[in-house]
Design a protein around this ligand. Structure first.
Ligand code: SF4
Length: 281
């Protein structure tokens, strides 16, 4: 059971003056605090400013009910800026069906468009806003978290998040609408790396591959034990490195050869068969 609290925030554009996102973004937008997807490896509860967590991570969400109005108030700051949406929650967790805060924030941003907008999610609910998203044209890219090719592993580490099937559907639909999409394989979870690569590569522009951090604070430490062979440091680093390099070669090839449309057509029969074999399609 997730506990819910409606709050009135004082600001919605969080300046990125330091930290990992600061080189590429001016602001983040998080219409919710907390996240009902509750991934066991989530880095958000490890933030220094997260010490006030009301209860176990994944079991509470604060809804910033005035997020769109705050964005309207700060529209001059948003206009022409670089925005990451969202860094500390999933903007399309299921509560979005009720509150539509992400949707209403996007409606504000369309009026006063940023120079660059990156949306990040694990959720197919984003498809409900596809028309709005398309309106941002090439200012927009979407990151979809896709951390393994194995649905049983997904269920263990991300039990309350959408299935891999839903996420693949999201990626494919975004591509159909010519929206730039990348896979966020971070953290890389136990998987068949070759299969994961073959599954994603026909549908994405690039991938971000990273290892799991803050293992000491994982909310399900028994999973790390269960998969200790996969997470053995030298092997884990090597798999991550190899996968990163495969996707980065792909991205280079794409940049030299092709447009988005060409890539989309390259999702050939073999790829579709692989998806079916994995019961992802
Ligand atoms: S979806 Fe993102 S913010 Fe939510 S719990 Fe998972 S990793 Fe954390």
């Amino acid at each position: 059971m997730v506990s819910l609290r409606e709050t009135f925030a004082t600001s919605i554009l969080t300046p990125q003056n330091f930290g990992a996102l600061s080189a590429s973004y001016d602001f983040t937008i998080n219409p919710y605090a907390g996240c009902a997807f509750g991934c066991s490896y989530c880095y958000v509860p490890k933030f220094p400013n997260a010490r006030h967590l009301p209860s176990e991570w994944g079991k509470w969400v604060e809804v910033k009910v005035n997020a769109p109005e705050l964005l309207h108030r700060d529209r001059q700051k948003a206009f022409g800026s670089r925005i990451f949406f969202s860094s500390a929650t999933d903007p399309y967790q299921y509560l979005e069906l009720k509150y539509r805060l992400s949707r209403r924030c996007l409606q504000q941003l369309i009026e006063y468009p940023p120079a660059k907008l990156t949306m990040h999610t694990r959720s197919h609910l984003m498809l409900q806003d596809i028309d709005l998203l398309k309106a941002f044209g090439n200012k927009l890219s979407v990151g979809v978290s896709f951390t393994t090719d194995d649905e049983s592993v997904r269920k263990e580490f991300e039990p309350d998040a959408p299935s891999l099937k839903r996420r693949l559907e999201l990626i494919r639909k975004l591509r159909e609408h010519n929206i730039a999409v990348y896979a966020s394989i971070a953290p890389l979870l136990p998987c068949d790396p070759e299969r994961l690569y073959r599954l994603l590569s026909p549908f994405i522009d690039k991938a971000w591959v990273d290892t799991m951090h803050w293992t000491e604070a994982n909310t399900n430490p028994w999973l790390l034990k269960k998969y200790e062979q996969f997470f053995a440091p030298s092997q884990y680093q090597q798999i991550t490195k190899d996968l990163r390099s495969k996707f980065s070669l792909d991205a280079k090839r794409q940049a030299s050869e092709a447009t988005f449309a060409n890539k989309k057509q390259s999702a050939d029969v073999t790829d579709i068969q692989l998806c079916r074999q994995l019961k992802i399609l």
